[in-house]
Design a protein around this ligand. Structure first.
Ligand SMILES: [Zn+2]
Length: 105
């Protein structure tokens, strides 16, 4: 647990000022997307654009919450070691992410 926190600190130091702000905005937009179903896709699209413009990568925890193709938040997560599979309920798009060591157990 402590080790993970140290890693997070290291990552944060590398970020530039505008990237820190961008990350805050990305988190906020995903929060809003979860609350507001009607504009969810729009909020996710905005978050992605902020990431592109400021060259900030979207955190993994958020990346695995939405469909990368249609930005829908309605996804089903299944674990198939060694992958985490995200399947969209709207467009049936699937994406595989390699599992991290701590998630394998
Ligand atoms: Zn989709």
């Amino acid at each position: 647990m402590q080790k993970a926190n140290q890693n997070a600190d290291k990552k944060e130091k590398k970020l530039k000022g505008n990237q820190k702000l961008a990350l805050e905005r990305i988190y906020r937009l995903f929060e809003l997307a979860a609350e507001n179903e009607k504009y969810a896709k729009r909020y996710v699209a905005l978050a992605k654009r902020i990431g592109e413009k400021t060259r900030t990568s979207i955190p993994r925890e958020l990346k695995t919450q939405h469909c990368t193709k249609c930005n829908s938040l309605k996804v089903v997560k299944t674990t198939k070691t060694p992958f985490l599979i995200i399947k969209c309920e709207e467009c049936k798009h699937t994406k595989k992410y390699p599992l991290k060591n701590k998630e394998k157990n």
